[in-house]
Ligand binder design. Structure first.
Ligand code: SF4
Ligand code: SF4
Length: 340
């Protein structure tokens, strides 16, 4: 509780770490803040919303020994004291409806939208907690920060810019379903929303937005399966993900045969990696080259002379033999292996 009042501590609650880059002394942590569906500025922690809630689950704070409702306060001294809705058990989150209920709900939703085209995007099936809350603190239209960010970026794009929302496997399916539903009117590509291929496929089936797969596509076998399942519109061909340039070129050639657009890049890198990316991208038919990434603009140390540089959003591969670059051995240091 002291931390909650400390002037130099900013508490980020209902959040999770989704990535971490950097090195000791200079870490950058990516944090995703989830919506709590209860407004912190209005909730007075009276608890009146709890009793009418029909959904009961195990309380995480008591390791499941006690029950809690789908709207709850995590534990008595939680900071902030604001209640929170658990999307994993609340009836308003469609993922928890049976197929029959979902079909019925779809019917009702279509009818409601016919009468009222401005009907809010999230149709509510329950709402007992809302009825009990005198101060109207419960807000099921609260968007995740991911949705707000996608909309904010889309608003400042210029004509011809392409927007890709790359979750890097970071969403659970119920989160991804809500995001793609909330941005369905935005001109955006959705990239690898969830960890597994099957989860991504289930999101793909729920959205009309163009779809890119990355982490799930690790070899030719899964590429062919995904093409067969119509699981994506574009694939991210990362050189090291497939085991080097030769294998990445095989995957690229298969994508060309199948007519699949590609992002050509790598997991990370500097000048040497960017030179390899530029060559692979240059030898790919233009109409199937979705994007390519100049990773050397992401780092501050140059490891080779003659590496491609991005100019006005484009880069060109070197015309010299091989990768067309000269490694800076003074920067790279002594070789770890000599092959003769
Ligand atoms: S009834 Fe409203 S104000 Fe009271 S705890 Fe629930 S959400 Fe908060
Ligand atoms: S909408 Fe219904 S199920 Fe969801 S938290 Fe409120 S009362 Fe509980």
């Amino acid at each position: 509780m002291d931390a909650g009042r400390h002037p130099l501590i900013e508490l980020v609650t209902n959040a999770e770490v989704v990535g971490c880059d950097g090195e000791p002394g200079d870490f950058r942590v990516r944090v995703r803040k989830n919506p709590r569906y209860v407004r912190e500025d209005l909730c007075v922690a009276c608890g009146l919303c709890v009793d009418p809630c029909p959904q009961v689950g195990g309380n995480e704070f008591d390791v499941g020994l006690k029950a809690r409702k789908a709207i709850y306060r995590p534990f008595p001294q939680s900071v902030p004291s604001t209640y929170v809705v658990d999307p994993e058990s609340c009836l308003n989150f469609l993922g928890f409806l049976t197929e029959k209920q979902r079909l019925r709900l779809g019917k009702v939703e279509r009818l409601k939208r016919k009468k009222r085209p401005d009907y809010p995007p999230n149709l509510l099936v329950c709402g007992h907690c809302e009825d009990a809350c005198d101060v109207k603190a419960i807000d099921f239209d609260m968007l995740s920060e991911d949705v707000e960010r996608i909309r904010a970026v889309a608003a400042v794009l210029r004509s011809g810019d392409v927007l890709v929302a790359d979750a890097n496997t970071g969403w659970l399916t119920h989160e991804a379903a809500r995001v793609v539903n909330a941005v369905r009117d935005v001109n955006v590509y959705i990239e690898q929303p969830c960890a597994s291929y099957e989860e991504c496929l289930s999101i793909r089936e729920r959205t009309p937005l163009p779809f890119v797969l990355d982490e799930s596509i690790t070899d030719l076998g899964i590429l062919l399966r995904a093409h067969n399942d119509r699981a994506m519109d574009a694939v991210n061909v990362k050189i090291s993900k497939f085991g080097g340039l030769t294998r990445a070129a095989q995957v690229r050639d298969m994508c060309v045969s199948l007519g699949i657009a590609m992002t050509i890049e790598d997991s990370w890198g500097g000048d040497v990696t960017t030179a390899a990316i530029a060559h692979l991208a240059h030898s790919t038919p233009t109409e199937l080259l979705f994007t390519a990434t100049d990773f050397n603009s992401y780092v501050t140390v140059s490891t080779a002379e003659g590496a491609p540089q991005r100019v006005k959003g484009r880069m060109a591969a070197a015309t010299e033999p091989g990768l067309g670059i000269t490694p800076r051995m003074d920067v790279l240091g002594d070789p770890v292996l000599d092959v003769s």
